[in-house]
Design a protein around this ligand. Structure first.
Ligand code: GLU
Length: 440
């Protein structure tokens, strides 16, 4: 059984970059018939809040992602403690008493000598008596995982074969002096306990992977498969970090974008597939494969998202929007969808249909408009009324093409552009049309 997880820290809301990770996991789960688990990485209890967590849940719900299961790391400390004790007993987790200052000085000396700033394992050379003395002084240890220092290889489902030699890494601190956990150990334990088969996440975690594989194996488990996707940059190729506020999922939602436009862009960016709007995840999942994702940074362009949003709306069926357009009809939607960039723009066209509209009638068109008004067919009106009417106006006035159509559009809508009049006219109806065709 395939299981993936999206593991945000609820220390803030998610932005388009996190959303992309979530969407890729969601598509993978859909495609493989697996579970998508939402895991709150909230071991940092001081910075994590329930409010951010529920905000993230709302962001995912808006995106159309519904986790099969939700887990909170803050509720699993007893389990982490149990595993930490197991690693201590096996000699893989060892106490260290250096202060941050001491470590910093040591690193600087190493760098000055041209040596890599790798932790020298001085703590491993402490005798039991020395440890006893430090503890008697009231010093509390932090705990490092003793790496094997070997070549760790995995076949990354996006990046291909990867090898990292952990001999070049510092033994990672897994438990802080105050007993709190850094990200690494809880993440490994959860991936094992929740039977995560595939870890799909940003490439900023590639280096962590070697350490996580070592810890997983030290716990007697088989590592999951890994897939590290490239990170998003802005259209200018630079990191997104500065603009993340406006690119939060909540911000995209508030700006009136469609979730499937966001999902389509997030899923297709950085692939060789054409970027096109998909109306649902099933459609997106159809073309989805991790190995289509490029290793190069993917450029996120807000203008591209805006265009994709418009394109999506232009073909969106009535079913997909009817709950969000109070009082509208399918005929209205089909008439206006091709002329909107955001769903809220539909309101502009509702006002054009219902009025009041200030008809625009040029002096030289007054007689023409008056003649057209007389030729308005009787109701009921339908999609063929416009053609019947304009044919009659054409024969009576001798006008054709733009001089025929534009004055009618200007009079009926007050605008020189807009949805097909064949579709608008029956919605405007005879009474309103006649009133607008009356030169005031
Ligand atoms: N909480 C981590 C993050 O947001 C999760 C990383 C992971 O997927 O392992 O970066």
């Amino acid at each position: 059984m395939t299981a993936v997880r999206f593991a945000p820290s609820p220390t803030g809301r998610i932005h388009i970059g996190n959303a992309r990770t979530a969407i890729l996991n969601w598509l993978f789960a859909l495609k493989s018939g697996g579970h998508f688990i939402l895991r709150y990485d909230d071991t940092d209890v001081a910075r994590s809040t329930e409010e951010f967590a529920s905000g993230i849940a709302a962001d995912l719900a808006w995106l159309g992602i519904s986790p099969a299961r939700v887990e909170w790391q803050s509720r699993r400390f007893a389990r982490y403690r149990e595993v930490a004790d197991q690693l201590k007993a096996a000699g893989r987790l060892y106490p260290c008493f250096e202060t941050a200052d001491e470590l910093d000085r040591r690193r600087k000396r190493q760098l000055a000598r041209g040596a890599p700033p790798v932790y020298d394992r001085a703590a491993l050379r402490l005798s039991a008596a020395e440890i006893g003395k430090l503890e008697a002084e009231g010093r509390k240890p932090h705990w490092r995982f003793k790496l094997d220092g070997r070549s760790i290889a995995w076949n990354d489902l996006i990046r291909g074969p990867q090898t990292i030699d952990t001999a070049g890494l510092s033994d990672p601190v897994l438990v802080r002096e105050d007993g709190s956990y850094l990200y690494t150990l809880p993440s490994v334990i959860d991936d094992i306990d929740f039977a995560i088969s595939h870890v799909i996440r940003g490439e900023d975690h590639v280096v962590n992977t070697a350490v996580q594989i070592e810890i997983t194996e030290a716990l007697g488990a088989a590592p999951p498969q890994y897939a590290h996707h490239s990170l998003l940059t802005g259209a200018d190729g630079k990191g997104l970090s500065k603009r993340l506020g406006s690119l939060s999922v909540a911000g995209l939602r508030e700006s009136g974008l469609e979730p499937m436009a966001v999902a389509s862009l997030a899923a297709l960016l950085g692939t060789s597939d054409n970027i096109h709007p998909c109306t649902d995840y099933q459609e997106l999942a159809g073309g989805f494969a991790l190995d289509k994702l490029s290793r190069a940074p993917a450029r996120f362009d807000e203008a591209e998202l805006a265009q994709l949003n418009a394109k999506l709306l232009h073909h969106l069926p009535w079913e997909a929007v009817k709950n969000r357009l109070a009082g509208a009809t399918e005929a209205f939607w089909l008439a206006v969808r091709g002329n909107i960039a955001k769903l809220a723009d539909a309101e502009t066209w509702r006002l054009v249909i219902d009025g009041p509209v200030a008809p625009v009638i040029a002096a030289e068109d007054r007689d023409f408009i008056a003649a057209a008004k007389e030729l308005l067919p009787p109701e009921p009106w339908d999609g063929s009324t416009w053609k019947t009417w304009t044919e009659a106006v054409k024969s009576a006035t001798g006008r054709k093409g733009k001089p025929l159509f534009m004055p009618l559009r200007l009079a009926l809508t007050g605008l020189s552009h807009g949805p097909e009049l064949a579709q608008l006219l029956p919605l405007i109806g005879r009474d309103r049309a006649a009133a607008r065709l009356s030169p005031g």
